[in-house]
Design a protein around this ligand. Structure first.
Ligand code: C2E
Ligand code: MG
Ligand code: MG
Length: 697
């Protein structure tokens, strides 16, 4: 039974309903039939009992005279009339003493029996009627009859009921089947939809609601649930996509430079790691270019960082445009860029690539309404074999770049084995330079600046010297850029100013007054308080402001908007002399010169070197002198090595000269002797001239 119930639980609702319907109609049909049978039985039995009672009453009345007359024969004849009734099985008159007065029993084959109804058992009915006379009971009439026809009737009714029940069940069932579909069809559709959704995961499917009953509610509930899940899924998908976007953005930010948008150092590391792992055969080799912009710091200082950024962007664009799409352009930091050229067959091809990059960078570009030039120094390193170590390549190209820088900038250098030592040396020097001042390894030498017309010493230029305990003398051309890069130049510069001005103050106390020129680095100008610091130092040195001269380079003054211009103005107002060093090698526009309170122009050694023979240099020098005159500035020619150069410069109208011809830069102890000699000689010459005025001219 339990198993049957379990199976019933697991079969489809459609079958379940059909079975329930069958069971209920069967049970109700059977109950109805049983009820009917009981009722019919009861009614028919009572009716038969009543009829039998009536008949027995009549027979008893008729039989009374025969009983009174003790005529049993007549009595039996009267009883025999009962035999006409086929149901009667027998009758007898029993006297109170139990004696049977008369009896009747139909012969076998009585038509009643012929009806085939059992004459034995429950179906027999016995009716006793008293035969009374004068209030005295004379005998009892007992009639026994067959009630089989009642059973037949019941069977008939039962059969009819059963038949109608079967019919009604069949009709009911077929109607129920149709009606049940109202329930089962939407249920099946819902189940099919659920299966679909769970299999293909398409959450846009919805149940069609056809009814407002529980199934309708179920469908609506399902739809709401699916909509909710779909909404959640969409939200989740959006969140996921947003997270992916953020992650991508972060990764892009981490791997790209904010200013130029180019890949950065991290990108380079990642990509080169991949390239180093990649063992697939490739065509050609790779070349790495290490590019450093020349004098970028000055651009930043003079024009401001916004301009510096714009310049970097332009350079980045130019680099990208100058190489192939398969090459890698990276902003490595500050003013350094790295380009990895792919599929390079040989060294000349790498050189060609570097040249293209250099040419692209040095194109003029407009900044602050000015056409402006920037140059760069490029170090090139080429992978020896197919498997390159990018760390090595980078170090080599970096070393080559430094060589290009120190060789005068704006150039390309290919890596050579000796260069790596140089770059190592540079790092060592930087570390050692930090200690140099405290260890008293730094010293100032002084180079006389001569008034060309008279040969009289007019001033001195302080030039820094580093006596390295192990390496010996280190050139300023080597250690000044290192000091600038590391920021150490600020301390060294202040030390140089104080030492030189103090020294000059002491010499001026002994000799005719001389000015003292000290070189100032662009890096020192980044300090907003530089002008007031210089004044403090000058005051502390005891040298008159008018004798304090500061040598600045063109790149430091070329912008008039920058901080440098303000500082220069302040210095000039305080009484400092300002001279423009290395004039002609930078980028400055002559138009700017008049905006600054500059006192002197120092004509670069490169223009003096080939004098007097080089006509072009002579023309340039003459033009510079003329320009300076127009702007009420004096000129100093640097690097005069011969009497002919000195004579020509004097002839061109240049006021001052400086160079090995007059004197090399001298240690302080020798300067006093030089000044003494020079001034004595000058005094002597002046004396002689005054004595023989006709020979002086
Ligand atoms: P500069 O200021 O243009 O100095 C002139 C350079 O020319 C000096 O080189 C000097 O020794 C050299 N010189 C002078 N006359 C002749 C000559 O007739 N022939 C040749 N071939 N060279 C001559 P030095 O001392 O090696 O200094 C190089 C540069 O280092 C200087 O160029 C200056 O820019 C920088 N420097 C030197 N001392 C300092 C300093 O104290 N502070 C700063 N910021 N820079 C300094
Ligand atoms: Mg100088
Ligand atoms: Mg110079």
């Amino acid at each position: 039974m339990r198993r049957h119930w379990n199976t019933l639980r697991d079969i489809p609702i459609r079958q379940k309903l059909r079975r329930f319907q069958l069971m209920t109609s069967l049970i109700s049909g059977l109950c109805t039939t049983a009820m009917l049978v009981l009722i019919v039985w009861n009614v028919e039995y009572r009716k038969a009992e009543h009829e039998a009672g009536l008949k027995a009453g009549i027979v008893a009345e008729n039989a009374l005279p025969a009983l009174l007359l003790r005529d049993s024969k007549t009595a039996e004849e009267i009883l025999a009339r009962l035999g006409r009734d086929s149901e009667v099985l027998g009758a007898r008159i029993i006297e109170p003493n139990g004696r049977i007065f008369a009896s009747f029993r139909p012969p076998d084959g009585n038509p009643g029996g012929a009806k085939g109804i059992a004459r034995e058992g429950l179906l027999r009915m016995r009716v006793n009627t008293a035969i009374v006379s004068g209030g005295e009971r004379l005998a009892t009439l007992e009639v026994e009859s067959d009630r089989g026809y009642v059973v037949a009737q019941i069977l008939f009714y039962g059969g009819a009921v059963l038949l109608s029940m079967v019919l009604s069940m069949l009709i009911g069932n077929s109607i129920a089947v149709h009606l049940q579909r109202v329930i089962t069809d939407p249920l099946s559709a819902l189940v099919a939809l659920m299966k679909n959704v769970s299999v293909d995961g398409n959450l846009s499917q919805r149940a069609t609601i056809t009814t407002q009953d529980e199934i309708g509610e179920l469908g609506e509930g399902f739809n709401r649930m699916i909509a909710h899940i779909e909404q959640r899924n969409t939200a989740l998908g959006n969140e996921l996509a947003e997270r992916q976007r953020v992650e991508q953005r972060l990764e892009h930010q981490a791997l790209h430079d904010q200013v130029t948008g180019l890949p950065n150092r991290h990108f380079f590391r990642r990509r080169t790691d991949e390239l180093m792992r990649d063992t697939a055969p490739r065509q050609g080799s790779r070349a790495l270019l290490f590019i450093d912009l020349d004098n970028f710091k000055y651009v930043n200082d003079t024009f401001g960082h916004d301009c510096g950024d714009r310049l970097l962007i332009v350079v980045g664009e130019r680099l990208s445009a100058a190489v192939r799409a398969t090459d890698m352009v990276v902003r490595f930091g500050g003013d350094e860029f790295v380009v990895v050229l792919d599929q390079i067959a040989n060294l000349p091809q790498a050189q060609l690539g570097a040249r293209k990059v250099l040419d692209a960078v040095i194109q003029p570009f407009k900044m602050a309404e000015q056409n402006f030039f920037i140059t760069c120094s490029i170090g090139v390193a080429m992978a020896a074999g197919p498997s390159e170590n990018f760390d090595e390549l980078l170090k080599k190209a970096d070393a080559a770049m430094y060589v290009a820088k120190s060789a005068g900038k704006n150039g390309i250098r290919l890596w050579e084995p000796s260069m790596s030592n140089e770059s190592r040396t540079r790092f060592e020097l930087e570390a050692e330079l930090h200690q140099a001042l405290d260890n008293h390894e730094l010293e100032l030498h002084y180079q006389p600046i001569i008034e060309l017309a008279t040969g009289r010493i007019a001033g001195l230029e302080a030039l820094m010297r580093w006596h390295h305990p192990a390496r010996g003398p280190v050139s300023p051309a080597v250690f000044i850029p290192i000091a600038e890069d590391s920021g150490l130049i600020v301390r060294l510069g202040e030390w140089a100013m104080l030492t030189a001005f103090s020294q000059a103050a002491r010499w001026n106390a002994r000799f005719d007054p001389l000015f003292m020129a000290v070189n100032v680095s662009g890096r020192q100008f980044r300090d907003h308080a530089f002008a007031s610091k210089a004044q403090t130092i000058a005051r502390a040195s005891g040298l008159a402001y008018g004798m304090c001269e500061l040598e600045v380079t063109e790149t430091m003054v070329m912008g008039h908007s920058g901080e440098a211009a303000r500082i220069l103005g302040e210095l000039s107002a305080a009484g400092f002399s300002l001279s423009l060093d290395d004039f002609g090698t930078g980028y400055s526009s002559l138009a700017y010169l008049k905006r600054f309170a500059l006192d002197k122009l120092k004509i670069d050694r490169s223009f003096v070197m080939d004098l007097p023979d080089d006509v072009e240099d002579a023309a340039i020098t003459e033009a510079i002198v003329g320009l300076a005159k127009t702007l009420s500035m004096r000129t100093v020619a640097e690097g005069i090595e011969t009497a002919a150069q000195a004579a020509m410069l004097r002839q061109l109208g240049c006021q001052y000269g400086q160079g090995y011809f007059f004197s090399r830069p001298l240690p302080a102890e020798q300067v006093a002797a030089f000044i003494a000699n020079n001034q004595a000689e000058h005094a002597h010459r002046r004396g002689a001239a005054e004595a023989k005025p006709s020979l002086a001219r």
